[in-house]
Design a protein around this ligand. Structure first.
Ligand code: SAM
Length: 284
């Protein structure tokens, strides 16, 4: 069964009386080259000889097109899907995939610590409405996730990979670099999906840092980053001084001490500068 063939999909959906739920971001992949490329990207993580990929966690099975590709390269695939009307379809399309386990539920509500108990790679064509939220939750959860390979809207991909000074650079870009090394792998046009969304997409890959930075108080660092970007067009000394009740002049002096201009805006600071600023003004 070719799950990227439009007639096959239409027949499958009709036989099972399935209708798309727009609010669940149900845009299924119909471009035959995309899922094999995503699966190969997962296999390649830190593993050029293509030894075992171990367990892969997928979020959002749809009709199982990516799940089938992942099942070929992984020892085990755990796929989390919210829409139980897909049950009879997946029973048919994944019938011959012995290494796939489906967990029915909302990835944002399930206790992932009970599901992901050993190192895994995450690979998913994420529902647009929750893509950033899902990735940030995975990064901040402390789960044993080694990499995240994800299809997201192109604009969201730019936010995850943005560097200081660019228009897309913001909270997501800085906090992502605290946990991982992000890169964009390839673009995917809107015509690669059924139904076709209004925007193009891109596959990004976040390789989780082997050695996590040891912060005195990680949450406080993120609070500093969020405060700094809360008025991104203004000098960051203003919102930071307000958020933490520190004299503006002290924030300016700290900025100069770390080699930045005292009038710097948030978008000029990379993760390292934010860490240095945090150490200067927020660590006793
Ligand atoms: N993997 C399939 C593909 O590539 O064709 C489907 C991708 S589709 C963009 C997103 C999938 O995520 C849908 O099957 C949708 O039902 C599911 N989904 C949406 N929100 C979810 C949530 N909160 N938790 C788990 N699955 C979700």
């Amino acid at each position: 069964m070719k799950l990227t063939n439009i007639n096959t999909i239409k027949d499958l959906l009709m036989r099972h009386g399935f209708t798309f739920t727009k609010s669940l971001g149900q845009n299924f992949l119909i471009n035959p080259s995309v899922c094999p490329r995503m699966a190969a990207a997962v296999t390649g993580v830190g593993n050029p000889k293509h030894a075992s990929t171990g367990t892969v966690v997928e979020i959002g099975a749809g009709i199982g097109v990516l799940t089938r590709e992942l099942s070929k390269v992984a020892d085990k695939v755990i796929v989390i899907e919210i829409d139980e009307t897909l049950k009879p379809i997946l029973a048919e399309t994944l019938a011959d995939c012995d290494n796939v386990e489906i967990i029915w539920g909302d990835v944002l509500k399930l206790n992932l610590h009970e599901i992901i108990t050993q190192p895994v790679h995450v690979c998913a064509n994420l529902p647009y409405y929750a893509a950033t939220h899902i990735i940030m939750q995975l990064l901040e959860s402390g789960l044993p996730v080694r990499s995240i390979t994800a299809m997201v809207q192109e604009e969201v991909a730019q936010r995850f990979t943005a560097l200081p000074g660019s228009k897309q650079y913001g909270i997501v870009g800085v906090i992502t670099r605290y946990f991982a090394e992000p890169k964009q792998l390839f673009k995917v046009s809107r015509g690669s999906f059924m139904p076709s969304p209004n925007v193009d997409s891109a596959v990004i890959q976040l390789i989780i840092n082997n050695e996590q930075l040891i912060m005195h108080d990680e949450k406080k660092l993120f609070k500093l980053i969020k405060a700094a970007f809360s008025e991104r067009r203004k000098q960051l000394c203003n919102p930071v001084s307000k958020e933490f009740g520190i004299e503006k002049e002290a924030v300016k002096a700290a900025l100069e001490h770390i080699g930045m201009n005292s009038t710097a805006r948030a978008e000029e600071l990379g993760l390292n500068e934010f860490i240095k600023l945090y150490e200067r003004i927020l660590v006793e």
